[in-house]
Design a protein around this ligand. Structure first.
Ligand code: NAD
Ligand code: DGY
Length: 322
């Protein structure tokens, strides 16, 4: 048996990251398209020095206990780390890493994609071409919302929120309102952005995009009350985490015309069941969590996760630690 440290990677990730790990570690990669089941994860974690986990893997006290004392580092293959009990990791002396920055542009692009798709009724319009619903150029069909000069509200003006705001301001001259844990003077200076309280953002934004992490404070942040405060012409975009929105309340708002449309890259659960009532709505665009799904971003994430593991095994501070 090899005396190299063992690392379990819970899905196939780009080769560059795996190659980097294999120089130093004995690496086992879960080969299937679906995540390992919970009992499999517990089994595979046993005796590992490092884990590379996905957002679909819950890393908690049970996993840490199953892994045992050899475990030094958990490298999440994502920037969001709400799937990891960081406090429990700290108690076990396990370092936690994530993959910031490299996926910022890719994810901000998907937020723009969803904003446009939802605003311009992309889903029913494109479907009508395929299903024969398109009979002639129609003066009153598929009327949407324009972006130029409108107000966009960014909930969570961090790395991705800022990149999204840059696109909105630079591309369409949109006015930017935002909420964040603290004001961002550079955004105020460069974009004329305004730090506001949530009710002001909800009431005054034509487009609202979610870029906050999933935490106790943000779970269910966009509930019936928040949706009620939005303009009836508002377009809501979520590339953060599904749990930030109360999906039943969103369905009620979309089907009752309380807001104009929504574009979701993230849902609860994932995958969204194909019989979800949200998928019956013409004014709801849903993507399968593809924010970071570019070759560049995913390769960079793989290298960052590998670097996090290798640093953790050496006992060094992680280059991308949380
Ligand atoms: N759809 C995807 O594929 C995809 C890809 C990458 C990231 N994400 C999600 O996007 C999130 C943001 O990523 P990031 O790199 O920009 O993170 P970040 O830490 O740079 O930014 C998050 C921002 O949210 C703010 N925030 C925290 N709590 C808040 C609250 N209660 N109200 C308002 N703002 C709050 C923080 O102050 C921070 O500015 C991740 O946590 C992840 O969940 C999704
Ligand atoms: O948090 C993240 O990084 C995304 O959800 C997946 O890339």
């Amino acid at each position: 048996m090899s005396d190299k440290p063992r690392v379990f990677v819970t899905r196939t990730i780009p080769k560059a990251g795996l190659d980097r790990l294999r120089e130093v570690c004995e690496v086992e990669v879960w080969p299937k398209p679906k995540p390992p089941r919970r009992d499999t994860l517990l089994d595979k974690a046993r005796g590992c020095a490092g884990l590379v986990t996905m957002l679909s893997d819950k890393v908690d006290e049970t996993v840490l206990t199953a892994a045992g004392d050899d475990l030094k580092v958990v490298a999440n293959y994502a920037v969001g780390y709400n799937n990891i009990d960081v406090a429990a990791c700290r108690e076990h002396g396990v370092a936690v890493g994530n993959t910031p920055d490299v996926l910022t542009d890719a994810t901000a692009d998907v937020a723009v994609l969803l904003m446009l798709a939802a605003a311009r009724s992309f889903t029913p319009a494109a479907a009508s071409v395929r299903d024969g619903g398109w009979k002639t150029w129609a003066p009153m069909d598929h009327l949407g919302m324009e972006l130029a000069g409108k107000t966009v509200g960014v909930i969570g003006l961090g790395r991705i929120g800022r990149a999204f705001a840059d696109r909105c301001h630079g591309g369409w001259g949109m006015k930017v309102l935002y909420t964040a844990n603290s004001p961002k003077p550079d955004a105020d200076r460069d974009l004329g952005a305004k730090h506001v309280e949530l009710p002001e953002l909800l009431a005054n934004s034509d487009f609202i995009s979610l870029h906050c992490p999933l935490t106790e404070a943000t779970a269910g942040l966009i509930d019936a009350n928040a949706l009620h405060q939005m303009k009836t012409t508002a377009v809501l975009v979520n590339t953060a985490r599904g749990e930030v929105i109360d999906q039943d309340a969103l369905h009620t708002a979309l089907s009752g015309g309380k807001i104009f449309a929504a574009g979701l890259d993230v849902t609860t659960p994932e995958p969204l069941p194909t019989d979800s009532p949200l998928l019956e709505l013409p004014n709801c665009v849903v993507l399968p969590h593809i924010g970071s799904a570019t070759v560049h971003a995913r390769s960079g994430m793989a290298l960052m996760a590998a670097d996090n593991v290798l640093a953790g095994l050496r006992g060094d501070p992680l280059p991308h630690g949380v």
